[in-house]
Design a protein around this ligand. Structure first.
Ligand code: ADE
Length: 222
């Protein structure tokens, strides 16, 4: 997969691209991630990218020209364009899974004070990562990229994400490691029994109990 991210703050991605699972996926050539500075596409002599809103009001608005030119430059018939905005569809695990099969994602990071409405016409999908306002789309684009890339074949062991919370609309079951008894807090006997069927049954029950208690809203999700 190839991911092109358009931003006004490319350095916000420096550590993101080199650390942990994402860094490893890039090194293994399972994904290519390019960061593009929207400013580089500005045709303004001073590389201006934003201006005052028509009709008045506070703040500066990201202009269409550099974003349209950047997308035109990167887009192919395989591309899927995502715009990060708090007004977008709420991002969920199911969407991460769907997007992990795309060949090419172009992700546009929204501007902290707003972007020209015409920029929306470039997007195949607008995504929000939650009902709160960030200073820009950069962190949001990293959140979705992280959750998509870990689902690409070969990035992590498949078993690791088959049991992820939110698969089948259930939260993950509890897991334990050594020691069997930590300060009087014991690992449930069933996990030490070696009886696989009972373990699977217990895990499923725990997932259901946990979901009912913590996130009953998930049980009604499609
Ligand atoms: N930009 C600012 N806030 C955002 C959010 N919650 N989701 C996606 N993009 C954003």
């Amino acid at each position: 997969m190839k991911i092109d991210i358009l931003t006004l703050f490319p350095h916000m991605f420096d550590n993101f691209l080199t650390e942990s699972i994402i860094g490893r996926a890039i090194n293994k050539n399972l994904v290519t991630i390019n960061i593009h500075n929207i400013r580089d596409y500005s045709t303004d002599p001073h590389k201006k990218v934003d201006d005052y809103p028509f009709g008045g009001g506070r703040g500066m608005v990201l202009m269409p020209q550099p974003v349209f030119d950047a997308v035109a430059n990167l887009k192919t018939s395989d591309s899927f364009v995502i715009l990060m905005t708090p007004q977008g569809e709420l991002f969920k695990q199911k969407k991460a899974y769907e997007l992990s099969f795309k060949k090419h994602l172009i992700i546009i990071c929204g501007h902290y004070e707003g972007f020209d409405e015409r920029i929306r016409s470039l997007a195949d999908l607008e995504l929000s990562i939650g009902d709160y306002i960030l200073t820009g789309g950069e962190l949001a684009s990293q959140v979705i990229t992280d959750s998509i890339v870990r689902l690409i074949d070969g990035v992590i062991a498949k078993e690791s994400h088959l049991n992820d919370s939110f698969n089948n609309n259930l939260l993950d079951y509890p897991v334990y490691t050594k020691p069997v008894d930590y300060n009087g807090m014991k690992v449930p006997d069933v996990l030490l029994s070696g009886h696989h069927q009972n373990i699977e049954k217990w895990r499923h029950e725990q997932s259901v109990i946990r979901t009912k208690k913590r996130r009953p809203d998930l049980l009604g999700d499609d």
